[in-house]
Design a protein around this ligand. Sequence first.
Ligand code: NAD
Length: 518
Amino acid sequence: MTTHDKLESINPATGDVVGIHTVDDTASVDAAVARAREASHWWAGLGFDGRAEVLGQWRGVLTRRMAQLGDVVHQETGKPHGDAQLEIGLAIDHLAWIGSHAGKVLGRRRVSPGLLLANQAASVEYLPLGVVGVIGPWNYPVFTPMGSIAYALGAGNAVVFKPSELTPGVGVWLAESLREVVPDRDLLQVVIGGGETGAALCRADIDKLAFTGSTRTAKVVMATCAENLTPVLIEAGGKDAMLVDHDADVDAAADAAAWGAFSNAGQTCTGIERIYVHDRVHDRFVAELTRRAGTIHAGTDAEAQLGPMTMPSQVDVVRRHVEDALARGGRAVVGGVDAVGDRFIQPTVLVDVPEDSAAIREETFGPTVTVRRVRDMDEAVELANATRYGLGASVFSAARGPELARRLRSGMTSINSVISFAAVPGLPFGGVGDSGFGRIHGPDGLKEFTYAKAVTRVRFKPVLNLTTFDRTPEQDSAMASLLTALHGRATQLPKVPRRPIATLRERAGRGPRQSGRS
Ligand code: NAD
């Protein structure tokens, strides 16, 4: 890899070259990080209000130029303009939240010092790390990386962003749009390239690396960052389930299932890939989902709701999953192997698919979904949780939504809708298990790009100075008395046992002693 290497950006719907970019080698990544370091001092010094003003101006630029950015997204991913606008709009909304909440979430606040340190004042604040590296995927090339970029900026860091090699133009556009607001500051820079450029960013002098992409690459990224003990945030893949209870609004569930499974041609980390439906409503649900799936198609015509598969190699993954499901006894009630074309994949609904098949266990990342009949919601929860992933989930139930949502092992769950959690800026976004760790969005997402700074300050001379060699035996004994008064009671055994403790004799089955025989 050298800076002379060129990267062609291809329109996945047509194969046309829509941009040519110069690849950044290690030296140029390091130079970008050094420039970011410069900018980070200025940016941190601006404070919450100054930063909110800049981010507000950037939001204005993004909003006014939404159509232009949407066009770049459309060209590089193939997704319909409406979908491009949706992800840009959500990113703008998050940016607004960041501007108005960063100070409240991260600013200095007092903490009770406790009785032992009653003579001190205690406070905590969340300070910027410095320079954050962001590595992004191609499926939502604006919304997904902005979950890291915007929150890292809002927390006071400068950012170096490596967009996916499939969507470099979107990354360049984002950085240039912020440069319009702060022309002479390297607040957000883009480095271009694939894995090698990403690895160079992991090894560069950054303070944190926020990665969004596949679980497989996440492990490599984490290992590379470990070389310098650089902390990582991992937003990886998913295998999200939807649960449909017997009392659910079946039409609404089928509508949401269709959108959750097929929108963005199924290339959504929190897309619905598995559906578990209560026996009583299963047939009605499948019929309604089948009807809706029949009204949706992928293509380049104006009516097409789905675009192409953005990453050509993903077509083979989807085909393998469908073939495996059918070979192992599954049925396609919509689509099937023939639905998998060269670039476009038509919606596919699979039923009776064994739980140990690839379509259930691996991330498919295409417009396919499996539906399985369950006898009750306990079985549904058990099957939904039987995966190493744990990103998002959806529950359709009139009576038991919150209870079922809580039992699902996923970072996020929407009740009676799909993927709504991603659009609420105040909510954390992220997963467990193979879906990663750490959070973007919301207060947790801001804190993710900071370090907690704890400070104590002596307000008056203490009665008991704990941290001195001048401490006397009397003071140690006073300390012991104080500790006993504070915590001793909690450790005392209860005076009246809840149950009389059986004597050895009773435990031996010989009954209590007769009174008077002592
Ligand atoms: P990917 O893992 O192939 O690539 C992600 C990024 O990592 C790209 O920018 C790539 O160039 C870079 N990369 C590759 N090798 C690298 C290396 N050795 N060192 C550093 N960087 C390297 O993922 P993708 O195909 O771009 O995206 C699809 C995946 O992303 C899916 O698994 C999807 O579920 C996941 N995703 C997750 C979220 C989330 O928030 N959890 C959001 C969107 C997408």
